[in-house]
Design a protein around this ligand. Structure first.
Ligand code: MIG
Length: 819
């Protein structure tokens, strides 16, 4: 099974066959078990009518709706017998965006629904649907008319869409699939699954994100197949010239999202499904987790170790053993006699406490949560009205129906005790939902589905999302002003509105470190920006080197948490001897230095929908040669990293996109647009800063807001051009930013061969607590003679290492540096 992952190339046909065979061996892959089916295809278009921005076409019996959602987004729906399902989606809160201008044309052969950006063309003769840009360049086209197969057992239809796959078209997206970034030549299924110790290529995993991007000759578009049933995607695997997606039920409903830039496709996908809320700043620090830290003395020991050893940390997790017999919302009083006191003491020392909560509620008449749920009929029922019962950690359990708004409200309120005890964040696990033995719920389990009703076939993939939604909304409500922190294992498209995710039960191997880098890049570009892996690997034992390399990757994972299974050796940053403790400290400190930058990248995501991690292809999508680059990626707009993914690796080749870059470690300037061989001794990982960047850095702190900052460091990287940088600041833990209580600072750096000018403009109403900046001028190609800060000339001298540091008032407008 283990593959040579360093050999990155487009899969050849044999490999595809192998993937499909692996599919048979390793997952129950129903794609291949479907009964022989008779498919119905749309016939020639017989007529149409229009209702505002919705256009309806029919072939005499089936109907197709084409809806103009925005200038760049068009939705297509199919009703096999002319009857559309009610328009409801957990992923898209409203598909009514602001529609600017659209019009409709008809000629002898086609209908055209046109916005300023996209044209959707419906062919009269064969009902094929295609999308072009304004100039008529075709981006995406049906290969076959939309088709379906009646489902006599459950009602409804299997629904299918088959599109042309162009030669060399590459495909990206689909959430957490543990495979190469380019999905071409592979087939996938979305069905949330508890996949302990998953393997390379294994499918499906924990999440269902039915969104992908196609990229052909530098032009990209997206397809979001908003269908919660078991969905399938085939990217030129079965036939080299076709891409298909299909589902076992629900509606054939998809959004075409225009590019041509991948970044814009992702931003527009977020305009449909929402962005992650701005996390509390502490959530961007280092988190320490293990299954489990107990009793209290152990937790306190852990905290003391972090502080004594001066390794920064902001959060400690309590896994399932903090509960009384795994009953959610209870405490094991033997292990934790006074949780409130312990959490307060941890908080006084700068630690936030995050606790796990699973969906299974123990069947136990002496347990108030069970009694309340039972009395109010909040638990899921089978088709014939029996309770859905299954074994999980607490023993025999019933499961709340989180697709019921009333149940979510109740669930949210259950956190009252934990919040009063001081808990700052909640971790939702096992919400695929996972059930010991059979894996998950049977199909006949019924769900409220927010009044639209459904069996588990329809609700399975959103169960975890609705659980963490209930958790998030409950916490938000109980906290009032504080921002909650939530993390979930299962997810469907749109879950980013409620939670961060981790990639589940990975393994302490180098292969899994590499997989994590692929998965986080993919999740980031699939609308799940706040993501991380279990640093070190959940199961198995990492050696010191692997752990340190994983910490290094963790610094540039949006979510940075070390976690390990209960049957492994203790695993903290100091568990691998002094030399590695020093290394691990150094890199966790780096995370803390970069926090003001990281926080600004999150703000750009929350407000504008930019992804946090960006594969090189997304940065330079016009270059086909970038398609094979999977190791280097950007964190935000300014930092490029390439984690070291092999044991004993002393150097590696890193490609830098066009432009100028600086090596973070020694400020050496490197030309982009080519590869560089760089040294990677264990104390280094390749980190590069884009020329023209203004990079804010905090002094090292043991936890966020430990110290007041007197003067903020801004590293200014020389450029011969003009480059913008943004910095975001606020309270860090409240919703005041929704009332403009924040600062968004824009820095413009402009350079020539003998001058550098830095100007600043500020928006927003927050006031920072420091008074000055320390501008560190990096990479100047000239010796500084004069510096003017607004109207005042100041004198500067290089320090011993030839660096220039200038202290300037925080409200400066322009700094001019001359030779
Ligand atoms: O059946 O809560 O993925 O992170 O430590 C295992 C115990 C249940 C699985 C999670 C893992 C967590 C573990 N959980």
């Amino acid at each position: 099974m283990a593959k040579d992952l360093t050999k990155q190339q487009l899969p050849d046909k044999n490999e595809v066959v192998q993937v499909l065979e692996e599919g048979i061996h390793h997952v129950n892959n129903p794609v291949l078990d479907l009964p022989e089916i008779v498919k119905n295809y749309l016939g020639p278009v017989a007529g149409y009518y229009q209702e505002n921005n919705n256009f309806y076409f029919n072939d005499g019996s089936a109907s197709v709706e084409v809806k103009v959602v925005s200038d760049e987004i068009i939705r297509v729906r199919l009703a096999p017998k002319g009857q559309f399902l009610e328009d409801f989606s957990y992923a898209v809160p409203t598909s009514d965006q602001h529609v600017a201008v659209y019009n409709f044309e008809e000629d002898e052969h086609v209908y055209r629904v046109k916005t300023n950006t996209v044209t959707c063309i419906i062919n009269k003769a064969d009902f094929l649907v295609s999308f072009t840009d304004r100039e008529g360049k075709e981006y995406n086209k049906d290969y076959a008319p939309m088709h379906w197969e009646e489902n006599p057992d459950f009602g409804g239809y299997y629904v299918y869409c088959t599109k042309h796959a162009l030669s060399n078209e590459a495909f990206f997206g689909l959430g957490d699939k543990p495979t190469h970034l380019n999905l071409r030549g592979r087939r996938f299924v979305n069905w949330n699954s508890d996949t302990y110790s998953f393997q390379f290529h294994q499918d499906p995993l924990y999440r269902s994100i039915p969104f992908y991007m196609g990229l052909h000759e530098g032009n990209a578009y997206g397809i979001f197949f908003d269908n919660t049933f078991k969905t399938y995607f085939d990217f030129a695997a079965e036939a080299h010239d076709q891409t298909s997606f299909w589902s076992e039920g629900g509606e054939l409903q998809y959004y075409y999202i225009h590019g041509p830039h991948m970044m814009d496709v992702v931003k527009r996908y977020h305009s449909l499904t929402g962005t992650h809320y701005l996390p509390p700043l502490w959530a961007l620090g280092f988190h320490q987790c293990r299954w489990s830290y107990y009793p209290e003395s152990k937790v306190k020991d852990l905290a003391r170790n972090f502080r004594e050893r001066k390794i920064p940390c902001d959060a400690i997790y309590l896994d399932i053993d903090y509960m009384d017999g795994y009953r959610c919302f209870t405490w094991n009083k033997r292990y934790f006699p006074d949780p409130k006191k312990m959490i307060k003491e941890l908080a006084d020392d700068g630690f936030q406490t995050v606790v796990i909560i699973d969906p299974g509620i123990k069947v136990d008449e002496n347990y108030w949560v069970f009694r309340e749920g039972k009395k109010n009929r909040y638990f899921c029922r089978r088709g014939d009205d029996y309770f859905m019962e299954g074994y999980v950690w607490p023993g025999r359990c019933q499961f709340p129906d989180f697709t019921n708004a009333e149940v979510r409200e109740w669930w949210g309120g259950l956190f009252k005790g934990l919040v009063e005890a001081g808990v700052a964040g909640v971790w939702n696990d096992m919400n695929e939902p996972a059930v010991f033995g059979r894996g998950t719920f049977p199909h006949d389990v019924r769900h409220n589905y927010d009044g639209y009703r459904g069996s588990h076939r329809k609700a399975h993939n959103v169960y975890g999302m609705q659980m963490v939604r209930a958790t998030y909304e409950g916490l938000k409500n109980l906290f009032q002003k504080k921002r909650p922190f939530t993390i979930t294992r299962a997810a469907y498209a749109g879950t980013q509105r409620y939670a961060s995710v981790w990639t589940g039960d990975n393994v302490a191997t180098w292969e899994h470190l590499r997989l994590g880098a692929l998965q986080l890049q993919r999740l980031s570009t699939s609308g799940m920006p706040f993501c991380g892996t279990d640093i070190g690997g959940f199961s198995g034992e990492p050696d010191a080197e692997l752990f340190t390399r994983w910490i290094q990757f963790g610094v540039f994972s949006p979510f940075m948490r070390a976690h390990s299974a209960g049957d492994t050796a203790e695993r903290e940053p100091w568990s691998f001897g002094e030399a590695h403790e020093r290394l691990n400290r150094k890199f966790i400190e780096l995370r803390y230095k970069l926090l003001p930058y990281i926080y600004s990248v999150f703000w750009e995501h929350t407000k504008y929908g930019f992804p946090i991690l960006r594969p090189i292809t997304m940065v330079e999508q016009q270059l086909e040669s970038n398609l094979i680059r999977e190791e280097e990626f950007c964190f935000g707009d300014k930092i490029l990293v390439s984690p070291v993914l092999n044991p004993g690796q002393q150097n590696k080749t890193v490609y830098l996109p066009v432009g100028e870059w600086y090596d973070y470690w020694d400020d050496r300037r490197l030309d982009g647009g080519r590869e560089h061989k760089v040294d990677t001794p264990i104390e280094k990982m390749p980190i590069f800063i884009k020329g023209g960047t203004v990079l804010p850095e905090y002094p090292v702190m043991q936890y966020v807001n430990e110290k007041k900052i007197d003067s903020l460091t801004l590293k200014v990287y020389y450029t011969p051009r003009e480059v913008n940088s943004f910095m975001y600041e606020d309270h860090g833990d409240t919703f005041a930013y929704e009332q403009q209580i924040y600062l968004e600072k824009k820095f413009v750096v402009k350079g020539t061969s003998d001058t550098l000018e830095i100007s600043q403009s500020v928006e927003g109403l927050y006031s920072e607590k420091y008074d000055t900046y320390d501008l560190h001028l990096v990479g100047l190609p000239f010796a500084v003679q004069a510096v003017k800060v607004d109207d005042t000339t100041v004198s500067v001298k290089a320090d011993d290492e030839g660096r220039y540091v200038i202290k300037v008032p925080k409200d400066f407008k322009t700094v001019q540096v001359r030779s």
